[in-house]
Each structure stands twice: as C-alpha cells, then as structure tokens.
Design a protein around this ligand. Sequence first.
Ligand code: SAT
Ligand code: MN
Length: 595
Amino acid sequence: MNAAVDVFKSQDSRECRLEALNAWVAEVAALTQPDHIHWCDGSDAENAALIARMQADGTLLPLNHETHPHSWLHRSSPSDVARVEHLTFVCTPERDDAGPNNHWMAPAEAHAKMDALFAGCMRGRTLYVVPYCMGPIDSPLARCGVEITDSPYVVANMRIMTRMGAPALARIEREGSFVKGLHSVGELDPERRFIMHFPEELTIKSFGSGYGGNALLGKKCHALRIASHQARQEGWLAEHMLIVGIENPQGQTHYVAAAFPSACGKTNLAMLIPPEGYRQAGWKVWTVGDDICWMRPGADGRLYAINPEAGFFGVAPGTSDSSNPNALATISHHTIFTNVAVTDDQEPWWDGLDKRTPALDWQGRPYDPANGPAAHPNSRFTVSARQCPSYSPRAEDPQGVPISAIVFGGRRASLVPLVFEARDWTHGVLIGAAMGSETTAAATGAVGVMRRDPMAMKPFCGYNFADYFAHWLSFDQAGAKLPKIFHVNWFRKGDDGKFLWPGFGENLRVLEWMIKRVEGQADAVDTPIGNLPRADDLNLDGVSLSQEAGAKLFGFDPEGWRAEVDSIGAYLEEFGGRMPDALKEEQARIRSVLT
Ligand code: SAT
Ligand code: MN
C-alpha cells in the first residue's frame, strides 16, 4: 500500500472514531438542550476563564491570596455533601450480575428514568465536553473517558483529578473507545438524584448532585464501578486503594497498596511522615496515590500498579501539621476547597486544623458551635498530586510500580488486632472479603455503624461480590509472584473509649514489619486468624503503650473471633451458590481451628 493511501485510511478511521463521540455529544445536546457547547482542551486559559466565570456568579469564593494563592472555596447545597449510596445503581441486564452488594435497576427502565430527568435540563446552561484519561497518558494500564456535564465546578475539579483535555482526546481518537459519562446538577434536588452505571455499555448517567464521588465521574463511577467490570474481563484489578512507596535506609523501595473505606486515613497513610528516629535512619515515604489503584500482572509475575488519578480529593477535617504536614503543604496553593469554614481573614479552616476560631461556617453563617462543626465533616480539598512534597518520582511511570504488599483495614473499635498477615493468597482474599468497618461521613446515612465492606469496595464494586472474590482468587496462578496480604486496624479502642495506637506517622512501624515479612526478616506467631507479630517484632522505640494496649493490639481473643468468623460465614452465605467454594472452605477451616 502506498503512503498516500495509508494516510488517507488512517485519517478516515480517526474521523470515524471522533464521529462516535460527535454523534453522542449531538444526541445528548438534543436531549438536554444546552445554550452552548464547549469542548474542553484543559488549557490554562480555559481554566482561568472558567474560574473567572465561577467567581463572578459566586460558585467559587476567593480565599486569602497571600496565604493561599490561587485557591477557592465552594459551598455546595447543604443537602448535597456526600455520596448517596442509596441512589446509586448498577444496571446490568441480569439482577444477579450486579449482586446483593449493589442496588439494581433494569437498563431500559434506568435509561428511561434518567433520560426523562435529562430532558431539557441544560436550557440556559453550557454543556461541557470533558475528555479525560485515567492514568498516565502514555500508560498501557490507563483508560479514557468523556464526561458531559453542565457544571463548571465539575470541569475545574476534573482538570485537577484527571489528565483532562487535548492529550486525552488525542488518545481517544487513537483508541476509539472511551467510557461515556453524562452528568447534570439538575436542580440539586435529593428527590431527583440518581447515579446509574451501565457496565456493559461503559456508560454512566448521574443527575441531581454536584458532589465529588457523585459528579466527578472519572473517580468512583469510572475508575472503580465501570473499571472493576472492565478489569474482570481483561484480567486486572481496579481497587479502592492508596499506593505508597516505603524506602528503607539501604535505598530499596517497596510499594504497598492499601484498601480502607472512605475517610479512614488513606490520604494520611499515603503521605506519611516517618517518626524522627526513622527519618534519621534514612527511611523515606513516597506517595503514588491516595484513593484508587489499578493493578495487573507484569511479565515477571508481580502485580504492577498505577494511580489512575492525577489529584487528591481529600477530607479536610483532621488534616493538620501534626496529622499530615505533607497534605497541608500540598494544599497551600492552587486548591479548591469545598464546604470548609473560613477565618476572618479569608483563610480556609476546618476542625482539627489549629486553635483559631473561624468567622463563617461551611454554610457561610457566622460560626456558632450550636450549629455543629464549622467545616462539614466531609468537607474536601481538590489539589494536583504534583504539589505533594512526597509525590513519588515513579508515580507517572507508565508501567506502574511493583506491589510488595496489599493491606486491608477498617475502623474496628474492638476485637481486631493492630496487624496480622494472611497465610496465603486465598486466606488474604478471605480477609479482604470479610473486612468490616464503622461507617463515616463520606456517605450520607448513619455514622459509626459496623458493616461489612469487602476490600473497601462495598460502595464501588460494579458487579456481584461473589464474582469479584472469584476474580481475586484467579490471580493465584503458576508463575505469579503475588504480594503478601495483611490486615491492619489503627482504630482499636481501650476500655476508656480512647484509641490505643498513636497512628499517623507511627504506622510506619507496622509497615516496616510488613516489609521485613516480605523479605523474610521478621518474626510472627502463627494463630488461627493469621500470623501476628509479638510487640517485640515491631520497632516500638519511643512509643509507650499501656499493658492494656499491648495486650489488645498484639493479642487475639478466641471467643470474640469465633463469633466474628461465624458472622463472616453468614455474610458469605448471603451470596448463595455464586460464592467461590475456596472462600467458604477457608472460612470453615479457620472456624474449625478456633476451638
Ligand atoms: O466518593 S468520593 O470520591 O467523593 C470520596 C470518597 O468517598 O472516597
Ligand atoms: Mn475513596
């Protein structure tokens, strides 16, 4: 074939590929009737224009330019401050494919319901077409999407959280496939709010909310719910995990992926500052990601992970110079704050930041403690990962980083020790499947209620958990060099209701033990629930633990665990015959030795 024909053919197919996107945009515009259509290129000029527009209409309020240059405050509608799990659906043709872990609606019914809401909803508004890439733009592990939205706040956030604009559009043109996400804030009416996923169609429809996880469709909707479905088909894993590199004094870095439910400290662990003694000895911590991890086996049998996101959408309250100085440095400029309070000199403020008293609360009212916390408990910052002082030099590696250890953990006030190690992969998958945690303010509903949250994916797995566990088990193949699996609990409380473990930077002591286990250099005691360190197996220099703390953090209570393992068995039964036998057998084996 001569070159001229070749060029002609490739241009032809590029046009075809763009045609699919153009046709979808035209179809959505016909339905939603916007006044204008804007294709986002992700440029600085475009961002500046959007921000100016949002400042003019009050969507963004300026903050103190001297202390927080290029930073803004957004106050959301007070009834739109968190994910809405009860309004979030997975719409597969068969109900069982979504599983008991998801709300389900038949696709035709869901499309009809959503299209009725979308009809004419963008009149008087601009429709933004937001091409984005989840993952480094040149990574084979990355995947693209296009979000159509009528919210400039969403556009500005997507620009920080993803690789958004012209390079993503170019990749979509090259590959021809992308996840379609349609979003409108509608009237922000909780009665007319739904987040629908159509995994088979690689499509998301979200209406009636402007809040992060409901509206920044690249995040939970694409990178977890839709991606988990794609990952199962293609042989990889899309997980609700931070990724952190731990460099030892010899200069070797082990990467750890850790799953904790929302608002349980993923950002803090990802940005951990080593305790003084560790710093002096030469330990370093490198942040790759704080929320989502895509991993797949490499040619050498190890799992390689990328962070599909480009920014952090972190919980503000509790972030301080002592809990997370890296986060505080990261958000000192070019940051969008949502639902935080402000001081009288227009600095963003939240509970736990420092001893000042704010002037206005998150709703813009003069601060009055009688109205509750000054910042909403789920108030957030959106910021580019590149601003993080501990951002890993490998974070943008298209091939990802090799994972040495996977950590599962939740908030458990009682029973669950500080750390234990799975005997093997199957046991580790059971530990992940059995994860329990007390609920937090990241989702609407009661806070502090213990629920099973397997792999921290309860709100995010786009298909039946039984099939998801089977998918996890399937990685244990000849030639695989899988990470070791651990479970941690930073949140164990004493009889006085206070946390027994200091947490934050001190968690490195636990990570060091894990890494040494990976290298075969640390001891543990074999117990029915897994391998537990003795207090002596961890470096606890400079940590003072009471006798009660030592016993609870490093011990295990057979009677309590019998009840726990029974309850895990009952949980697995909820999935009926689809639950892999290997997990049921593992549960039964542990129960049988817990006599
Ligand atoms: O769902 S969000 O992405 O808004 C935050 C979270 O719950 O992890
Ligand atoms: Mn999360």
